[in-house]
Design a protein around this ligand. Sequence first.
Ligand SMILES: *Cc1c(COP(=O)(O)O)cnc(C)c1O
Length: 392
Amino acid sequence: MLVAALQQELASLDAQGLRRTRRTLDSAQTAHVVVDGKNHIAFCSNDYLGLANHPDLIAAAQTGAAQFGVGAGASHLVLGHARAHEQLEHELAAFVQLPRALLFSTGYMANLGIVTALVGREDAVFADRLNHASLNDACLLARAEFKRYAHNDLDQLERLLATTKARRKLIVADAVFSMDGDIAPVPQLLALAQKHDAWLMLDDAHGFGVLGGHGRGVLEHFNVAHPRIIYMATLGKAAGVAGAFVAGEPALIDTLLQRARTYIYTTAMPPLLACALSKSLELIAAGDGWRENLRQKNIQLNQILTNSLPAAWRLLPSLTAIRPLVIGDNREAVTVAERLAQRGVLVPAIRPPTVPQGTARLRISLSAAHSAADVRTLCDALIDVGKGFCVS
Ligand SMILES: *Cc1c(COP(=O)(O)O)cnc(C)c1O
């Protein structure tokens, strides 16, 4: 029976502690949420600057709805490209200081569209092993040779680049790794791209708005720019809304406009979201206080948790809002998350295949919307729960 086979697979996920479930949010996404009718402090969202529920963005979306209606009604290339989208693309390009930008409805779709538009069967993609699933899917869909290098292993990447016979070469990497919080060595990746005449595509989903003096992201963080860089960032994380964009050379953007199937064959994002995003960009640019606030919380977390948790647990260092606490065992990670939830603190347990086997973890996401007291509550709960596991 087909259904029985599915039931068996689900039971097997259960047995391995890998079955995924959802909670239902009864409030806006912010630091303090109502989940299934109960109040919690949440460290689960990618809303790093606290913009998802910002009154100025809500007002901009309302004004946008009044002006443009609710639905875009068509794809960008038919008649779905509104003045609000057009203006936002100019603002995004100016913000990241690149010649042009193109808006996509989601980051997943941007990655699929960019990679498949640029490479095909005669080409090769070189990808960090810890890249986001959407980049891996993009590479498979492109049918290019798909070469993965060990996380941040520049020597291995160079060997792969030196031996390929591919027509076109594309290096792809998360700029900030989504489950580890570390930053890719962008200047070194760029040097390799130059030496081996490859494109360098960076997915800055977690750096945009957070890294750099003005929140312009990883390029500002390293102070790099180059025509062979394909810069992609998402707008549903620090920007607090939805969507994504790619920025770079005009010829690159024009090519994507002609060829990126996830751009062409889909309805444009509602223009009201583009209105909210224009406001979001303004707030991000003026958001140095929020970024400083994140830095302070990072320090606070280190200070309280260092030497206070079971020795087998590892709090990974990070300059971003992503602070993974690696626990190892799948079920132990889930149990810790459940016990925190009983104390009113929500932190997601991330398990394989999202992360490598044996590295199940709590992915603590900090936000400028958290107070120092919220972080204190999280740390106290973690220390308390940790006592139930061997401290050695
Ligand atoms: C979230 C994420 C995406 C997907 O973006 P969506 O807009 O949520 O589809 C792509 N890449 C990375 C690294 C991400 O973290």
